[in-house]
Write a protein that binds this ligand. Structure first.
Ligand SMILES: Nc1ncnc2c1ncn2[C@@H]1O[C@H](COP(=O)(O)OP(=O)(O)OP(=O)(O)O)[C@@H](O)[C@H]1O
Ligand SMILES: [Mg+2]
Length: 241
C-alpha cells in the first residue's frame, strides 16, 4: 500500500534520508526507530505528503504522490482523509480557537451532517478524556493535553492510516498505558499504524515490525519488532539504547 523506491531527501544541503526502499501493507503495525536526526520525522512527513522526495518515488495504493496531485484541492483532501498525522511537535497542528472546534475541524471539512459531527466530536473527546477542556484554547494547554487534542482531531477524521511521530512524548505514565491500548485497538480494528518512538518501555506489544534508521539516514534493519528490541548489542552499537 505504501511504497518507497530509492527515496532521498535533503533540506537544502542537509541530508535527511538516503536511498529508502520499503513497502508497508494495509493493517501493519510498524515502529520507526533510530537516533536523533536519523530521519524518522522526515520519513513520516513524506508518508503524509508534507514533504516530497528530493529524488525517488513514494506511491500510495499504487499511485505516485506528486506535487501536481497534492496541489489539487480535491485530490489533497481525499489523500489527507486517508492518513492521519500526529506531529512530533503538535503545536504545529493546533490552530482552532477551542478544543471542540479543533476536533470538529476535519469532520466539518468532510461535509458531515451537523449532528454526525457533534456525535463524532463527543466520542473522540470522551475517548481521550478531554471533554472537560473542550472550551479551552488548545494553545494554552499543557504538552500532554495538547497531544491528546491533536490525537482526537486526527481520530475524528477516521483515517485508514495513522502516522504517529513520538506519540508518547510528554504523556504521563497513565496516559502512556492508555495510549498503548488505544493504538493496539486501532490496529485490531484494521488501521495501519506507523509510529516513531524512543519510548520502548511503554510500547511493548504494539508493533509487529520495526524499521531502524541509522545516523547516516539509511535503513539498517527491517525486522520483527521483538527481535530488534531484544538485540541489545545491535541497539547499543547503533546509539539507539
Ligand atoms: N526543517 C529542517 N531544515 C533543515 N534540516 C532539517 C530540518 N528538519 C530536520 N532537519 C535535519 O534532517 C535530519 C533528519 O531530521 P529528522 O527530524 O527527520 O530526524 P528524527 O530521526 O526525527 O530525529 P528525532 O529523534 O530528534 O526526532 C537531521 O540532520 C536534521 O537536523
Ligand atoms: Mg523526529
Amino acid at each position: 500500500m505504501i511504497e518507497f523506491k530509492n527515496v532521498f531527501f535533503s533540506y537544502n544541503n542537509v541530508e535527511a534520508l538516503q536511498n529508502i526502499n520499503l513497502t508497508i501493507t494495509s493493517g501493519e503495525s510498524v515502529a520507526i526507530i533510530g537516533p536523533n536526526g536519523s530521519g524518522k520525522s522526515t520519513f513520516l512527513k513524506i508518508v503524509n505528503g508534507i514533504l516530497l522526495p528530493t529524488s525517488g518515488s513514494y506511491c500510495l495504493k499504487g499511485e505516485e504522490i506528486t506535487k501536481d496531485k497534492l496541489d489539487k484541492p480535491k485530490y489533497s483532501k481525499a489523500f489527507h482523509k486517508n492518513i492521519g498525522f500526529l506531529f512530533q511537535n503538535v503545536e504545529h497542528q493546533l490552530f482552532c480557537p477551542n478544543v471542540y472546534e479543533e476536533v470538529a475541524f476535519a469532520p466539518k471539512q468532510m461535509g458531515l451532517r451537523e449532528e454526525d459531527i457533534h456525535k463524532r466530536v463527543q466520542d473522540c473527546l470522551e475517548l481521550l478524556s478531554i471533554t472537560d477542556i473542550k472550551h479551552r484554547s488548545p494553545l494554552n494547554l499543557s504538552g500532554g493535553e495538547k497531544k491528546k487534542v491533536a490525537l482526537a482531531s486526527i481520530l475524528s477524521m477516521n483515517p485508514d492510516i495513522l502516522v504517529l511521530d513520538e506519540p508518547m512524548n510528554q504523556i504521563d505514565p497513565k496516559g502512556k498505558r492508555f495510549l498503548k491500548e488505544l493504538i493496539l485497538n486501532l490496529n485490531k480494528a484494521g488501521k495501519t499504524i506507523i509510529c516513531s518512538t524512543h519510548d520502548f518501555e511503554y510500547v511493548e506489544g504494539i508493533f509487529e515490525r520495526c524499521i531502524v534508521f541509522s545516523e547516516n539516514h539509511t535503513i539498517i534493519r527491517d525486522d520483527k519488532y521483538d527481535d530488534v528490541i531484544s538485540d541489545n548489542e545491535f541497539l547499543i552499537k547503533n546509539n539507539i539504547k
